[in-house]
Design a binder for this molecule. Structure first.
Ligand code: UDP
Length: 331
């Protein structure tokens, strides 16, 4: 099959591309490198079944051509990361809403299957964990920037489902829970790469708030497996599906686990939310997916243990800090 991945040079996109190429598919990536990077796809560039375009999805003509040539569109291009969202709310809203609208409109002309990525953020302040796909979305006020991400993604979901209902465009909506693994950068605030990097550098590990908030961390390989299986399952069409791991850990416990796995002597420090983000910042206390629907559709649920994920992320950062073999040879 021929896949178009928007945001294909991003963290999740590059892992998906790798998986699809491994199984013999043809992959076209579209990425403007706003948060993605060529480093993420360098190892894939030698594949003759991979092409990439460094451009915006707002380039309508290019998007139309790429959609024409594809069997399936995986729409991952988005503004992600709570820090980025708090700092650049205009960009978040515009990228997420306009980009998805364009992809759906373009795909609709040719009736191409679209898998579009949403986020567990849409559950917002709902406290009834685990979150089932039909649960209420409980968002905070529009005066608090964080909620613009959830609201923009919720609008994407409405739009995708409306294209399915009204125009019979086949769509699948996935709500991705915290996804982690090699190649994820800490630059946009994500907790695990930041903790591992600080631990390896012997710097303080910064826990925001009191550290009692919890998350479930899903290995990106499991996320990609879930996406591929959903695409291969016709019953997924028109559905919203959670994709995440159910192993829950508090952020304070995560800091200790990272210290232990990396044998680091870094101190753990606590930073108030309003210093870490912005005054009045609201966090979610717990975020746990129900993966019953995913399992019913695909016979798969993400299960990589957190300690194994931390070790993989650690190995990635360690390999990055070593000089590249060819760089040494040139010297
Ligand atoms: N967090 C933290 N230290 C960091 C980055 C994040 O304590 O350096 C906290 C953050 O406040 C949140 C959790 O870790 O409670 C997960 O943050 P992340 O941005 O990775 O994902 P989120 O679940 O907020 O989308």
């Amino acid at each position: 099959m021929r896949f178009l991945i928007t945001g294909g040079a991003g963290f999740i996109g590059s892992h998906l591309a790798e998986r699809l190429l491994q199984r013999g598919d043809t992959v076209v990536l579209l990425d403007n490198l706003s948060t993605g990077s060529m480093d993420n796809i360098r190892h894939l560039k030698s594949s003759e079944r991979l092409t990439y375009h460094l451009d915006n999805i707002e380039n309508r003509q290019l998007l139309a051509e790429l959609v024409d040539d594809a069997d399936v569109i995986v729409h991952l291009a988005a503004a992600v990361g709570v820090k980025l969202i708090v700092e650049s709310p205009v960009r978040t809203i515009e990228t997420n809403v306009n980009g998805t609208q364009l992809v759906l409109e373009t795909a609709c002309k040719k009736r191409k299957l679209v898998l579009t990525a949403s986020t567990s953020e849409v559950y917002g302040k709902n406290v009834n964990v685990p979150f089932h796909e039909d649960a209420d979305l409980v968002l905070g006020p529009t005066t608090k920037g964080r909620w613009s991400y959830a609201a923009s993604k919720a609008l994407d979901e409405f739009l995708a489902l409306s294209y399915w209902k009204e125009k019979k465009l086949p769509v699948i909506v996935v709500r991705l829970f915290n996804t982690v693994g090699p190649r994820q950068t800490g630059r946009y605030g994500m907790v695990l790469p930041n903790f591992v990097k600080a631990a390896l550098d012997g710097k303080p590990i910064s826990v925001y708030g009191n550290g009692q908030q919890s998350r479930c961390f899903c290995d990106v390989r499991d996320t990609v497996e879930a996406l591929v299986r959903l695409i291969d399952t016709p019953r997924s069409i028109g559905e919203v599906v959670n994709v995440g791991n159910t192993e829950e850990i508090s952020i304070e416990a995560l800091a200790h686990r990272v210290k232990e796995r990396t044998r680091s002597s870094s101190p753990i420090e606590f930073i108030p939310y309003d210093q870490a983000y912005e005054p009045g910042f609201e966090d979610m206390m717990r975020r746990v997916p129900s993966v019953e629907k995913l399992q019913a559709l695909t016979a798969f649920r993400p299960q990589t243990p957190l300690s194994e994920i931390i070790d993989r992320v650690t190995a990635y950062f360690q390999s990055k800090s070593e000089p590249a073999p060819h760089a040494a040879a040139v010297r």
